[in-house]
Design a protein around this ligand. Structure first.
Ligand code: BGC
Length: 365
């Protein structure tokens, strides 16, 4: 009888321990390989939702990998990596001093960029393991990533359920659909952080890429890259990309904002109606003939010209990544919106659904 009781208790203990282990178990780190009907290929991992590679054709049909990155998913865990190819959250870009007030409560976030909060904090969405699943859609192969960010993670309120769908469409687009819900009012600003080089990763700097940005205004910042609150006209400044201009044409000008950003590291106010998918930017690399269009529903887009890359990282094909060897076009709300009442809101209310779409479309000329 005693023995029976003992083995029953042991059994109960075993069940409890193993269900706790299952509840805390992370999904395994996986790399998904997607290929569309034109032979365009991408590798995406559920670690950080990172786009590891993206191979698109040049004007002669030669495929090159146009995103900076490492060989394996594990490499991103070891290296001190500047968000190469990752999903950024909960808040892409900066929140001043890592503080904001919502419904009368002040929230204190992790501070990881001088005195400010950057890209979701110390362990943002770029460093967590998402639950992943590869599917086929009518538009092309896709990966569905989901993640539950618990109430209080990195200081943010609310249990946030996030879903990101990457689709490699048969129109040679990498389409990213974001959605999220929360059980408590919170703030949210998701983005994607691929560094592009349309001549192929590791093939020199991006200063000759020509860029057109559909923005009459940009968001000037202070020395800590926190917006001053002004939305400044681009006309007459090196931020005027309304006509296609080489990224490097004005980057070293003696201009206050370029100096503060170490180059371009600024949000552009995309013309047209936020919430509707519209063309935000077109980047051209003339030697390959590759052209990338960026379409988004977001109100803004950060142009970051890889100013802090310094050659210390070696990429997947063994080539180093020097300064300005990649550029990011991060579609998002403006930085520090939770502290800037005049900016479009980044508050996600309990019961509401966050939705955002961005498309990187590849063509040749
Ligand atoms: C930011 C840069 C930052 C980089 C991280 C960009 O989105 O705007 O200031 O250095 O991410 O590598």
């Amino acid at each position: 009888m005693k023995l029976q009781k003992l083995s029953y208790s042991l059994l109960v203990l075993l069940v409890l321990v193993s269900s706790a282990a299952i509840a805390h178990a992370q999904p395994p780190v996986t790399v998904y390989k997607l290929r569309n009907s034109h032979g365009v290929e991408t590798q995406i991992t559920n670690y950080g939702g990172i786009v590891i590679s993206l191979k698109v054709p040049d004007r002669n049909g030669k495929f090159d990998d146009v995103v900076l990155g490492f060989k394996t998913a594990q490499d991103y865990m070891r290296k001190n990596d500047p968000y190469l190819g990752a999903i950024i959250g909960r808040y892409g870009n900066r929140i001043a001093k890592g503080r904001f007030t919502l419904n009368g409560v002040e929230y204190k976030l992790a501070v990881n960029n001088g005195e400010n909060h950057l890209h979701g904090g110390i362990k943002g969405f770029d460093k967590v393991v998402w639950t992943g699943r590869q599917i086929r859609t009518k538009d092309g192969p896709a990966v569905v990533l989901t993640y539950l960010s618990k109430d209080g993670e990195e200081g943010y309120p609310g249990n946030l359920r996030v879903r990101v769908v990457y689709t490699l469409t048969n129109k040679n687009e990498l389409k990213i659909d974001y959605s999220a819900t929360t059980d408590k009012d919170t703030v949210l600003n998701l983005t994607h952080h691929s560094y592009f080089n349309l001549a192929g990763e590791g093939n020199g700097d991006i200063l000759n890429h020509e860029l057109k940005i559909n923005a009459d205004r940009f968001v000037p910042t202070d020395a800590g890259s926190i917006p001053t609150g002004e939305l400044r006209k681009v006309s007459g400044t090196p931020f005027d990309f309304l006509t296609s201009t080489a990224i490097g044409a004005r980057i070293n000008q003696d201009e206050e904002q370029l100096k503060l950003g170490n180059g371009y590291d600024h949000t552009f106010v995309i013309n047209g109606t936020a919430g509707r998918l519209r063309l935000a930017a077109t980047a051209r690399e003339t030697s390959s003939g590759r052209v990338m269009e960026v379409w988004t529903t977001e109100p803004g887009m950060q142009l970051y010209t890889g100013n802090f890359l310094d050659g210390s990282l070696t990429g997947k094909s063994g080539k180093p990544y020097p300064r300005r060897s990649g550029f990011c076009l991060e579609t998002q709300h403006y930085p520090d919106s939770p502290n800037q009442p005049s900016f479009p809101t980044t508050t996600l209310k309990k019961g509401a659904t966050y939705k955002s779409t961005t498309i990187y479309r590849f063509i040749t000329q």
